[in-house]
Design a protein around this ligand. Structure first.
Ligand code: SAM
Length: 244
């Protein structure tokens, strides 16, 4: 998968060089290209922002550097174009389902906003020649899109074949389609600072372990995310109805 990230703080994206995402890039599974938006400015101050039409606080990112950057890195149109992801608190909520959807794309581009955001015509113009998805990583406001891109790229990259050592570990995770949060996990030693690993996990009885894990998943989901538990209950009821 190819990833192009446009930012006025390309150094923020250095984290893409480390851990599993960095390894995936080194092994050729990911082709990560980070671009400094200011490379497409033409004044002495390398200006990327201006005052908002209509007045109000803050500055808005000017459209021209974005247009030139996209033309230069992603020329052409049609199916050969990337899908453009624009992080914004006003976007579609990011989720594991959206991570799977984006992981199926061969090429993604990310436009990191700053200030009060990017001039609205940039996404509208890009949408004339590529699919554009505005995405929010949560109901809060960050200073810029870079951290949102790191979140999304990490969630997407680990779904690509070959990035995670054991792909089975993806199946049982929270938010991975079965509808429940994952059960708690433990490793050695069996007792640590007065806290013991639940005995069943040391029993070697795989059936009992699977039952305990399922019960813990249900208990945790009920306690922490009753909204997910309700959705899980409804999907089980729908399956029962379909089967009868
Ligand atoms: N004025 C904008 C608003 O109220 O919707 C917020 C702009 S924010 C200060 C600057 C940039 O941070 C945005 O353009 C976006 O790239 C990024 N950003 C902030 N919060 C975000 C979120 N929850 N999800 C994704 N991106 C976010």
């Amino acid at each position: 998968m190819r990833l192009d990230v446009f930012s006025i703080f390309p150094e923020y994206l250095a984290a893409l060089d480390v851990s599993l995402v960095g390894k995936a890039a080194k092994s050729g599974l990911l082709d990560v290209r980070v671009h400094d938006l200011r490379d497409w400015t033409h004044d002495r101050h390398r200006t990327v922002d201006d005052t908002p039409y209509g007045g109000g606080a803050g500055m808005v990112m000017k459209p021209e550097p974005w247009g030139e950057a996209f033309d230069s890195v992603m020329p052409g149109d049609g199916p050969s174009q990337p899908r453009l992801v624009v992080p914004t608190p006003a976007g579609r909520p990011f989720s594991q389902d959206l991570a799977y959807e984006l992981a199926a794309e061969p090429w993604l581009a990310f436009a990191c906003g700053r200030y009060e955001g990017i001039d609205g015509r940039v996404a509208a113009h890009a949408a004339e020649r590529m699919q554009v998805t505005e995405v929010s990583i949560g109901d809060y406001v960050l200073n810029g899109g870079e951290v949102a891109v790191l979140v999304m790229v990490e969630a997407i990259a680990r779904l690509l074949p070959g990035v995670i050592g054991n792909p089975e570990s993806l199946a049982e995770e929270s938010h991975s389609g079965h509808g429940l949060l994952e059960y708690p996990v433990y490793t050695k030693p069996p007792a640590w600072r007065g806290h013991e690993v639940p005995e069943v996990l040391l029993s070697g009885n795989h059936k009992l372990i699977a039952e305990w894990r399922h019960e813990e998943s249900v208990r945790r989901t009920a306690e922490r995310r009753p909204d997910l538990l309700a959705a899980w209950g409804s999907s089980l009821a729908a399956e029962d109805d379909a089967a009868s």
